[in-house]
Structure formats: structure tokens, C-alpha cells
Design a protein around this ligand. Structure first.
Ligand SMILES: Cc1ncc(COP(=O)(O)O)c(C=O)c1O
Length: 489
């Protein structure tokens, strides 16, 4: 029997309380964004520090909003690594923006599930319209149809799934891979993001089903090696089905020669997917349009507005020139989801059913900054990265390890004291250097390994970053390098 508890109030927070807490929270957000530089970029928490402050059991009774908000300062903020900080230079320095945050707020308030057109026509139609805007901004031809997924990893998963669906002679949708007498093979460069292999894992293709292609001295996929690999695989009984070219690789932002890779895909009938998760947005800048050269021949392209288009995570745009194949791969409509309108139902084009209204924040970002405003910000990031590359080149104690086509700089320290030392010693020095830089909290950089060498990576992409922050970053790096050398004696 259900017990009645007449004293417990039901329903949501009152409109008055929502207004009061909402205003309080907007003030809190405005102050947080404005005073960002008070915080160390990288959280100083140790594992367990946050968890220890959270009660082990949920509150039996309601708590006041004031108390909850106070805990954001006390418990949550110390455990935040500030991706909004203008000196966040790690990984790809992604950033939200005022209009993007407000877009998220509206989207949370509307709480739309855009699975079908009828479950909110505005969610579907705004997504279609805004992705057509973005397509024009990137200079992609009209045949590219777009959909928003959460991340580039999921976009690439859908690319490989569509590529598998496009195979002639095997109905993978009906039969899966069981009983297939040839193993599928996908191709990507040694520098491609791990999401290609994750997609292969998820699709039952297996890690051996991804063949890594060697790169040239600027970390770009070598088309001759790709061609050779496909021929060898065909002879050995593999079934080549997909190539992922990357424009803006994760480690160095190198750009695979898509215009040379596309004819190879055409020759062997392979799906061409382009990973422009980071590099794609650069095409909004007229003089950087070359980044998507050759992409008009692609079957699919992923571009992440949450990486370099000032849109809060998550928002990944997947363009496909053969959306009917994607639909064949994923459309499955049970009785309870049947609808009669002749309109796009985005649930037909992917694995997820429920979907957030992400187009709203992208729409607000594009409208607020305008195409010229977005291009100006990306252009500035690229020019500061190029300036930093010049300072590194002019300093005999540092060495640049990759070209800088966009806004990420790869380098390492090679101070005089380490002349002639084995490479492990230079690596260890740079590992210690990065550790010292990040512990200190003024800036946050990350690393990669290039041709076996431990490499410091400094990425520029935050909307609040100015040239002065890059000057400061270079100063911090040099200061920590000198300090470390002194300590070594
Ligand atoms: C080139 C590239 N592709 C894909 C990804 C994966 O992105 P996401 O986190 O959106 O899955 C990344 C992440 O940095 C990336 O650099």
C-alpha cells in the first residue's frame, strides 16, 4: 500500500524561488568567468579529495538551494580544472562562450527530446538550418547533409558504421559480421585519433581491422603507402572498406592530403571519412580554407564546434554526402515511434533515440559573434601560435618538433647542460619541466610523443586568451626551465 505523506510538498521549485536562485546563479557564473584568473588552471586536488566531501548517502529531506549553491564553491570548484581559463593550453584548448552558455540554459529549460520532428519541430528544423549555415561557413558543397552528435568519437563511429553499410555483397545490417568470410579493414594514419580504433572496437571490426599508414616528415598520411597497403590487403584476403583522413591531427595538427587520398578511395570503392574535429573550424577563416581542400570528395566529415567554435561541450557536427546510407544503417522504427509527417526524424540517423537540443547553442554562438567575429578570433589564435613558434625557433635552449599550421605548438627544451646526453635524459628533463609548469598553476600544457621524443604541446583556442597570455606562457616555460636547470646544478 502506498503511504500518503500529506506534509511533503509536491511539484517543482516555485517560480519565485527559481527566479531568485536563477539570478543568484547567473551572477555567480558572470563573476566566475570574469575572475577566472584567480584560480590555478589545473585542479590541485588529489584523487579522493572531492569524493571525501560528499556524503555517502543521499539527503533524506530537502535541502535549501542556498546550501546547495554554497557547496559548488566549497566542494566542486577546488576540483575543477578550468577549461575556461585563458591560460589553459592543454590537449585542444576548447572553450565555451557567453552566448553558448545562455544557449545551454534555454536548452535545459525547454528540455526537448528531438528524436522525431513532431517531438519539437523547432529542434529538428533549427538543426537543419544551422548546420546548413555552418556548411556554408566551411565552404563545403551543398550535397553535405548534417546532424549533431555529442562528440567526434561518436561521429567517427557513425562514419565507420555507414561505411560498413555501404558494402556491396554483404548485408551487415541483417547478418552482422558473423559468418563473413573476409575481415574488414579500415585505414588511418599513424597520427589519427584513437577514436578510429574505438569505432572499430564498437563495430566488431577489431583493432586488427584498422591499419595504420605511415606519415611523411610533416606527420601527414602518405598516399603512396595507403595505396600499397590496400593492394597488399586485397591480395591477402582483407576487405578494405574505409579510410579516415585527418585534417588537424591531435598531436601536431598536421593535415593529411585529402585531395590525393580521395582518388585512391574512389579507385578501390572505399568510404572516405575526414576527421576535422579540431582543424575543420579553421576553414571559417578565408586564408585557412585550404584545410578542407579535397573534402568535397569525402563521404563524411566531422567538425567539432565544441573544440574551436566557442560552443560549450558537447557539440560535434557530422556531415555526410550519402545520408541515405546512414539511414539504412540505423533506421529502426517501432510502432510507438511511428509518425506520419514527411520531415526529418533525426533518430533515423544514428544509434541514439533521445537527443538534446544542441543546435540552439550553436545558433546563438554563430549569431552573436557573426561569421567575421568567429573568423577573427580563430585567425588571432593562429597568429599567436605562429609568433610563439618564432620565439622557440630563436631560442637555442628550445627546439620545435613540428610545423605549426594552426594554433598548436609542439616543442621541447634542449638546454646546454643536456648537450650530448642520451635521449631518455632529455625526455626526463622535459617531463619534469611540464610537471613543474603545471604544478605552479599559472598555465596548463600537455604532452605527446613525436618520433619517440617526449614533446610539450601548447594549444591556443580559448576565447578569452590574448597575446599577453601567450607572452606570459612563454615566460613561465623559460622561467621553469631555468629553475630546473639550477636545481640540477
Ligand atoms: C583529431 C581528433 N579527432 C577526434 C577527437 C575526439 O574528440 P571527442 O572528444 O569529441 O570525441 C579528438 C580529440 O581531441 C581529436 O583531436
Amino acid at each position: 500500500m502506498i503511504r500518503k505523506d500529506e506534509s511533503a510538498p509536491l511539484g517543482d521549485m516555485s517560480a519565485e524561488e527559481f527566479r531568485r536562485s536563477g539570478h543568484q546563479l547567473i551572477d555567480w557564473i558572470a563573476d566566475y568567468l570574469n575572475e577566472m584568473e584567480r584560480y590555478p588552471v589545473l585542479s590541485r586536488c588529489r584523487p579522493g579529495d572531492v569524493r571525501r566531501q560528499i556524503p555517502g548517502a543521499p539527503p533524506a529531506q530537502a535541502e535549501s538551494m542556498d546550501r546547495i549553491l554554497a557547496d559548488i564553491d566549497r566542494v566542486i570548484l577546488p576540483g575543477i580544472t578550468h577549461w575556461n581559463h585563458p591560460s589553459f593550453h592543454s590537449y585542444f584548448s576548447i572553450t565555451g562562450s557567453g552566448p553558448g552558455i545562455l544557449g545551454e540554459l534555454v536548452s535545459a529549460a525547454l528540455n526537448v527530446n528531438g528524436m522525431l520532428w513532431r517531438t519539437s519541430p523547432a529542434a529538428t528544423e533549427l538543426e537543419e538550418a544551422v548546420l546548413d549555415w555552418l556548411r556554408q561557413m566551411l565552404g563545403l558543397p551543398e550535397q553535405f547533409w548534417g546532424i549533431i552528435y555529442d562528440t567526434a568519437s561518436i561521429s567517427t563511429f557513425h562514419a565507420l558504421a555507414a561505411a560498413r553499410q555501404s558494402l556491396q555483397g554483404w548485408d551487415s545490417r541483417k547478418l552482422g559480421l558473423c559468418g563473413m568470410n573476409r575481415r574488414l579493414r579500415a585505414y588511418a594514419s599513424e597520427q589519427a585519433h584513437s577514436s578510429v580504433e574505438k569505432a572499430a572496437l564498437a563495430l566488431g571490426i577489431g583493432l586488427e581491422g584498422v591499419r595504420k599508414i605511415g606519415v611523411d616528415n610533416e606527420f601527414r598520411m602518405r598516399p603512396d603507402l595507403l595505396h600499397q597497403a590496400i593492394e597488399d590487403d586485397l591480395r591477402a584476403g582483407w576487405w578494405p572498406f574505409c579510410v579516415t583522413a585527418t585534417v588537424g591531427t591531435t598531436s601536431t595538427t598536421s593535415v593529411d592530403p585529402v585531395a590525393e587520398i580521395a582518388p585512391i578511395c574512389r579507385k578501390f570503392g572505399l568510404w572516405l571519412h575526414v576527421d576535422g574535429a579540431y582543424g575543420g573550424p579553421a576553414a571559417v577563416v578565408p586564408e585557412l580554407k585550404w584545410v578542407l581542400d579535397g573534402c568535397e570528395a569525402a563521404d563524411s566529415i566531422v567538425v567539432n564546434p565544441h573544440k574551436w567554435l566557442f560552443t560549450p561541450i558537447d557539440c560535434s557536427v557530422f556531415y555526410c554526402s550519402r545520408p541515405e546510407v546512414l539511414r539504412e544503417a540505423f533506421s529502426l522504427v517501432p510502432e510507438y515511434l511511428k509518425s506520419s509527417e514527411s520531415a526529418t526524424n533525426f533518430m533515423d540517423y544514428g544509434i541514439q533515440l533521445g537527443r538534446r537540443f544542441r543546435a540552439l547553442k550553436l545558433w546563438m554562438v554563430i549569431r552573436y559573434f557573426g561569421v567575421a567575429g568567429i573568423a577573427a578570433r580563430i585567425r588571432a589564435h593562429v597568429s599567436w601560435a605562429s609568433e610563439l613558434a618564432g620565439w622557440i625557433d630563436d631560442d637555442p635552449e628550445f627546439e620545435r618538433l613540428a610545423p605549426v599550421p594552426f594554433s598548436t605548438v609542439c616543442f621541447r627544451a634542449v638546454p646546454k647542460g643536456l648537450d650530448g646526453q642520451p635521449s631518455e635524459v632529455v625526455d626526463r628533463f622535459n617531463e619534469d619541466l611540464i610537471e613543474a609548469i603545471n604544478r605552479q598553476g599559472e598555465i596548463f600544457v600537455s604532452h605527446t610523443r613525436l618520433r619517440g621524443r617526449f614533446t610539450i604541446r601548447l594549444a591556443i583556442g580559448n576565447i578569452k586568451t590574448t597575446r599577453a597570455h601567450i607572452v606570459k606562457a612563454w615566460e613561465v616555460i623559460r622561467r621553469q626551465c631555468s629553475r630546473l636547470l639550477e636545481e640540477r646544478g
